[in-house]
Design a protein around this ligand. Structure first.
Ligand SMILES: NC(=O)c1ccc[n+]([C@@H]2O[C@H](COP(=O)([O-])OP(=O)(O)OC[C@H]3O[C@@H](n4cnc5c(N)ncnc54)[C@H](O)[C@@H]3O)[C@@H](O)[C@H]2O)c1
Length: 336
């Protein structure tokens, strides 16, 4: 049986990936400093071995690789604008040094690596849609918001470097705004779903004209597993995103409609978050490459993905009881 290691397997994407790998009959080890989501634990994680550890510890990573894992799905990272602003040093230590530990250990044992990267590497390049080899356009280094983009891009450079100098077998996926069950209520969709089901209208920043291509988690997981196993993906980087561009106000309004909360509440980020908050106007992937090379495209429409996410959230009060993260109107938006 194929043995796979998933770093960050207790997180949002990682936990769905673990479910899918188990379903496909893999022997899965998870390396993560956290605990699996409550509903996944309740459904039974007996087939999965969880190792409580830190990817910043090179020996802990190397020990697991030496046990004979064929593939490493490397997802562990500091994720979310709230966390880049709160923990700028961890962003570098975990996303850069931790990634180097994973790549180094895999290059020594011959394991294949799937590196989870992000659309954030393109920064604020205004020329959408972005092809994999398009330019990175970033803000200044005093703005913590851009450190995540740079840290993930250095992870990619390291992966390409290990492939060239040490023959590492690796592939990279860049996710675009993945959403779905279990995501921390700190992102556009998850936070809006969380608020609406708690009786609060979704918050829409700066009139909501910004666009995103929201990608349902099952689609992202399917792309991830294919990119980690198909030899045509070796040495390559792929955009993984939906082809449908949606404004933030549209997604807020759709969640308001599906939940019956009926309305959204506006928030000016200049006033509430100040200059350290910098948003992107448009974020759109060109997914020609992954379509042509791996035959993948996103299958789940936004309404369907939101309905599935809402059904799950209604059945998981532990998630609804978590605190949300993000700026809110002073009255919480309840009166809007
Ligand atoms: N969710 C998205 O839309 C999205 C978009 C682009 C890229 N990504 C990438 O996908 C990956 C997974 O993201 P996610 O949304 O599931 O995030 P997440 O925060 O839900 O999961 C990250 C996991 O990594 C673990 N982790 C963090 N630091 C660690 C450390 N030092 N050692 C061991 N484990 C550690 C956390 O405990 C957590 O379980 C990340 O690499 C992220 O950069 C996600």
């Amino acid at each position: 049986m194929a043995r796979v290691l998933v770093t960050g397997g207790c997180g949002f994407l990682g936990s769905h990936l673990v479910d899918e790998l188990v379903r496909r009959g893999k022997e899965v080890t998870v390396l993560d400093g956290g605990t699996p989501p409550a509903d996944q634990r309740a459904a039974g994680t007996a087939d999965v071995r969880y190792v409580d550890g830190d990817i910043r510890d090179p020996e802990a990573v190397a020990r697991l690789l030496r046990e004979g894992h064929d593939t490493v799905y490397h997802l562990a990272a500091v994720v979310g604008v709230d966390r880049y602003l709160d923990r700028p040093l961890d962003v570098i230590d975990i996303n850069v040094l931790g990634t180097r530990n994973v790549l180094e250990a895999a290059s020594r044992t011959g394991a294949r690596v799937l590196l989870a990267s992000t659309s954030e590497v393109f920064g604020k390049n205004p020329a959408v849609p972005w092809r994999e080899d398009d330019d990175r356009v970033l803000g200044g280094t005093a703005v913590d918001r851009w450190s995540y983009s740079s840290s993930k891009a250095i992870g990619e450079h390291l992966a390409f470097g290990y492939a060239r100098e040490r023959d590492l077998r690796m592939s990279i996926v860049r996710y675009f705004n993945v959403y779905g069950p279990r995501q921390r209520p700190a992102f556009v969709v998850s936070r809006s779903v969380h608020r609406a089901l708690n009786g609060l209208p979704p918050v829409v920043y700066d009139r909501g004209g910004q666009t995103r291509c929201f990608t349902y988690v099952a689609d992202a997981v399917a792309a991830t597993v294919t990119a980690a196993s198909d030899d045509r993906a070796l040495g390559e980087c792929f955009n993984v995103g939906s082809g449908t561009e949606t404004t933030v106000s549209e997604v807020g309004a759709l969640i308001a409609e599906l939940t019956g909360i009926g309305t959204t509440v506006p928030l000016e980020t200049d006033e509430h978050l100040g200059a350290r908050y910098q948003d992107l106007l448009r974020r759109v992937p060109d997914t020609t490459k992954i379509g042509q090379v791996l035959g993948w495209k996103a299958e789940t429409g936004l309404r369907e993905g939101l309905e599935r996410t809402l059904d799950w959230a209604r059945a998981n009060p532990w998630w609804l009881a978590q605190p949300e993260s993000g700026a809110a109107p002073r009255d919480g938006g309840a009166a809007a």
